[in-house]
Design a protein. Structure first.
Length: 648
């Protein structure tokens, strides 16, 4: 890693952890009680205690913690060869105590509880097989914060000066983010699939499968207390802070928006702009129906699958019909050579969280104060704060648009010759009707442009062409009393798609995800995807003939690529700091992982397995970029994991 990344790692904060204790205990008991009944009881607990530096002062440490609990029970009932049943329950609990690095008063706790119940049934009748699945899941998330506010300040010596390494021109933060929150969701799902026995019609063989499913989702979103986020600061100039104003500071500081500009002297600072999040509760429900029908046809050297799927969603009221078609031709009526082609359409989903998010958006309001601070402000006039009306819902909702989808076309050649399995494939994907968000501003009472509402539209998402070549030996080679299997995969991608695709929902995290790129203000989702165009992977599996020893090697190579990073600069737009993104070239990457295992057979039914896994054997220093903050980071270095397993 470079010097900057080493410094971050040495900080040992909530994002860069290097000292922790993890303990775990798990059990899994399974077996047959009778010839018809089988059970599986399992559970586990994982605890992590992670002392990290708060970043607020030198060597100041706080303790963060994570706990995972999991317990469940599965039962298997097979009264006959024609009828099989399975049912089970599972309880999962995750809780975390943490904080935001370098942020004063940002401690929080998160607790998530999920309970699941399912029943599966399989029946073989005289002419067809019927499969049924029923699932019910309930989940709840509770987030608690120490403070239901957050405020950005510029570094000011003697006052706003927390954060190790912070200096003139830097920003410091206090408070928590997002506010207290409680989310709850119940999901009920039922599906059935019927597969008819093969039938012959003239010279063709048909195998028809039909199915249907229903899913009901009910969710609630609640913020029990008001939350305020103060985002923009202004120069106090010659004024004095009003008595009791917690968002005003008279300490002199040096200000600059980015490292390309000179420092400017400020005589204090005050919060001038922010967003209020009102307390409230919102609910939503969603019902989804789907059906599918397909026919697998065999005729001489040809094999085809002709299918269609329909989906209906109550949130969007869209009925979507998607074809699923594939063809295969074997000129020699064997696996020596085959040609395959296909066309498929895949629709995205209108997520329940999207509907809840759009409802909660109407609880947001804009806060602002005048461009000149007034010492006459006081508690009675709310220290000059002007609150605009809550966000309007005048825009087009995501659920009112066409459902995003992807069209996929493929062609492949496959061959089995001697010991080798060879495959060459081309896949073309077009992303259609992608959801795009646009923010509409308005002028408030202080003459500032603030967000009025957001609206959505369907846009083209681009296309991707992927070419792959795979070669492997399906029969192992004998060498020095051991068996060897090799698998080589090569791929090349021509990518002209945007970061957003047909699977994306509009989430809270994306609402303000705007950037400056090449001098233009755009949504980060509109950036083209920049992947490594060429990738190669090689696996080598070795197994001893006389000793129970296995050795697996995994080699991966990725070509150099250009990606986008946040260069640390901002541009001020409508009193909002917008991050500036630039292109950065990343070098090619090579990694080698391996795993060795020795199975010590105690008796025919019991064995003790000793394993060792080494990732990044050569300790290569590869760099990547984070998806959210667009910062460069070093991939994980060499790591050793030893494990012991007992099978009986």
């Amino acid at each position: 890693m470079n010097d900057e990344q080493q410094a971050l790692f040495d900080e040992q904060d909530a994002t860069h952890q290097k000292e922790y204790t993890t303990q775990g205990l798990s059990f899994n008991v399974y077996g047959n009680l009778t010839e018809q009944w089988g059970v599986n009881v399992f559970g586990g607990r994982r605890n992590s205690r992670i002392p990290v530096k708060s970043g607020l002062s030198e060597n100041d440490k706080v303790k963060t913690a994570e706990n995972n609990d999991n317990i469940g029970f599965n039962a298997y009932f097979t009264p006959s060869d024609q009828h099989k049943y399975q049912f089970g329950i599972q309880h999962y609990n995750y809780d975390k105590q943490g904080y935001y690095a370098n942020t004063l008063g940002s401690a929080y706790t998160v607790n998530t509880i999920t309970n699941t119940f399912f029943i599966n049934a399989e029946h073989q009748f005289e002419k067809f097989k019927l499969e049924q699945n029923l699932n019910y899941r309930t989940s709840e998330l509770d987030r608690k914060l120490d403070h239901n506010y957050s405020a950005l300040w510029y570094y000011a010596p003697g006052s706003k000066d927390w954060g190790t390494g912070k200096t003139d021109g830097d920003s410091v933060t206090e408070g928590s983010f997002g506010g207290d929150l409680t989310n709850h969701q119940d999901t009920f799902a039922y599906s059935l699939k019927a597969t008819l026995d093969s039938l012959t019609l003239l010279e063709t063989t048909h195998r028809i499968t039909a199915g249907a499913s229903y899913q009901h989702n009910a969710g609630s979103w609640e913020r029990p207390q008001n939350m305020v986020s103060y985002t923009t600061r202004a120069n106090l100039t010659n004024a004095s802070c009003a008595l009791g104003d917690p968002l005003c500071d008279e300490t002199d500081l040096k200000y600059r928006l980015n490292n390309r500009q000179p420092f400017t002297d400020w005589t204090g600072q005050y919060s001038r702009n922010g967003i209020s999040y009102e307390a409230g509760m919102f609910t939503a429900r969603q019902d989804q129906w789907s059906t599918f029908l397909q026919d697998e046809i065999i005729w001489k050297k040809w094999r085809a699958r002709l299918g269609v799927r329909t989906d209906y969603d109550s949130l969007s009221s869209n009925l979507n019909i998607a074809p699923r078609i594939s063809m295969q031709y074997k000129p020699f009526s064997s696996d020596i050579l085959s040609f395959s082609s296909g066309y498929n359409r895949y629709y995205g989903n209108t997520f329940l969280i999207t509907e809840l998010d759009e409802k909660t958006y109407t609880s947001y309001g804009n806060l602002s104060r005048a461009a000149t601070y007034s010492p006459d402000w006081n508690a009675e006039n709310d220290y000059g704060w002007v609150k605009s009306s809550l966000a309007s819902n005048a825009g087009v909702k995501a659920s009112e648009l066409d459902t995003p989808y992807s069209d996929e076309t493929l062609f492949a050649i496959h061959s089995k010759i001697s010991h080798f399995d060879l495959g060459l494939q081309w896949v073309h994907r077009d992303f259609k009707a992608m959801l795009q968000e646009t923010n509409i501003n308005k002028l408030n009472a202080n003459g500032m442009e603030v967000l009025d509402y957001r609206t959505y539209s369907n846009v083209e998402g681009g296309k991707v062409d992927t070419y792959t070549l795979n070669i492997s030996n399906f029969k192992p080679f004998e060498f020095f009393n051991s068996q060897h299997k090799l698998s080589l995969g090569l791929s090349y991608v021509e990518n002209a798609a945007k970061r957003g695709n047909y699977k994306d929902s509009v989430t809270h995290a994306k609402r303000d995800d705007r950037i400056i790129y090449e001098g233009h203000l755009i949504s980060k989702d509109m950036l083209p995807i920049q992947d490594e165009p060429f990738k190669a992977r090689l696996s080598w599996d070795m197994k001893g003939n006389d000793i129970p020893f296995t050795l697996h090697h995994f080699f991966n190579f990725k070509s150099s690529a250009v990606n986008y990073i946040h260069n640390g600069d901002y541009e001020l737009l409508n009193s909002e700091e917008i991050p500036v993104y630039v292109e950065k070239e990343f070098a090619s990457k090579f990694t080698w992982d391996m795993r060795a295992a020795y199975a010590w057979n105690l008796n025919p039914k019991q064995s003790l397995i000793l394993g060792l896994t080494v990732s990044n054997v050569l300790n290569k220093k590869n760099q990547s970029v984070t998806e959210t903050s667009a910062k460069t980071y070093s991939d994980e270095g060499r790591r050793f994991i030893a494990d012991i397993s007992y099978k009986f």
